[in-house]
Structures are given as structure tokens and as C-alpha cells.
Ligand binder design. Sequence first.
Ligand code: MG
Length: 256
Amino acid sequence: MTLFARYSFHGEINYGILEGSEIQTISSAPYNEYKLTGETKKLDEVKLLTPTKPSKVVAIGLNYKSHLGSKTPPSVPEPFLKIPTSIIGPEDNIIIPKVALEENVTVQPEAEMAVVIGKTCKKATQANATDYILGYTCGNDVSARDWQSNDLQWWRAKSSDTFTPLGPVINTELEHNNMHLIGRVNGKVTQDQVTSDLLHDVPKIIEFVSSVMTLLPGDVIMTGTPGTPPNIHPGDETEVEIEGIGILKNSVIAGE
Ligand code: MG
């Protein structure tokens, strides 16, 4: 098992491998050919950043029965896009835009298992889809519900700045259909599901998306959220936890 991280140390940004309480720097992103440098940093001396810098985040809607409400389960995966400028790391704040606060827009976190693509993927099949996976991380698909309902496109509902927390690390050895996903707000469990409950599993999603869209190394697929997430407000703290990856923790603050 390898745990890949990305971090900043006195302003210098590198990728590394987490080994206990230390990170060993690697020469390049984990989805490239990298070398071990032998240099280490203590985990508590660095700032962890998003572990991947994707060209795109493909997110899947309506992918757990418990999240559907009265909606009919989609017969095929239901993707939408979150843009890279909305990504933050595990030590950053979720900032609710000032205009959303002024309009009293409902904002919710969505705890999700996120797949990180390891190599260029075009027209994968369900049989070979997992060959393209580097590993898995935690994702939070922060969503502004009123904008999601009322706007024609989900551009700001899902891709306002800071609305895509990812991290803390990428675990290369987990099973896509055997993870325990937990969401918390202020320490209280608000979402709790296993990834074997996904309506469309990871190979199906990769086959469906890559039939028309090339997935590049580092790209992220957020696989959907279970249950009914709570509303969040400035002052709250969100967590997404998957055993083997750790806890993606982000505070919520008001935009200015
Ligand atoms: Mg979602």
C-alpha cells in the first residue's frame, strides 16, 4: 500500500509518500514516473494540499439509493463536472460566497469516495477499468442547493471557489466496493454508508464516462453521496472519513 500526499513546506510544493509521521518527497506527481528522493519532512511541519491536481473532476449524481428521495434511480451513471478552481486541500476553509449568504442559499456538504485516475483512459471497459486507477481519496461535493435547483447549469452550485475539498492522501490499495464512508458536521455523524451500496459502481462509471471523454492522469471521479446531508453555516466543521485514507476536515467560513 502506498499513501500519496502533496504538501507545502515553507512555500515549496512537492508530492510525497506518507510513511508513519513522515513524508518522503518524490520527484514528480505519483501518476508520472517518479523517483524517491530520500528527503523526508515531518507531517506536522508541512501543510497538506489536495493530493492531486486534476484537469477535471467528474462527479456522479444520484448514485446511492439512500440519497434518491422520491427520484427514480438513473439507468446509467449521471455525471456532471466540478471545475479545478473549486478544489481545496485538507487544511483549507470552505468559504460560503457572500452572495449565497445574502440570498440565504442552503449549502450542504456531500461526503464522497473519490477515484484518482493513474493513466490516460479512453474507452475503458468494465473489465479493465480498474487498471486506470491510481487510488482513492476522500471528497466533499459541497453544494449550494437553491442554485442547484434554480439555475439552468450547476456552475456555481457545485463549482464555487472552495466547493471541492479533496484529501488528505491517496491510498493505492483499497477496494472500490469495500470502503466505509462517513460524513460528520461538528463531530456528529451525518452520513454513513458503504461503497458496495453504489447504484453504479466504479468500473461502470469509468466505462460510461471514458466512452466519450478522455480521463487524464490525476483526474478525479467523485462517486456520489449517500443519505441526506445537513445544512452548513460559517463556524461549522465538516469531515469526510474513509478508513485507510483518513479524515478530510474543513472549516466553514463566510465569504467577504
Ligand atoms: Mg455529489
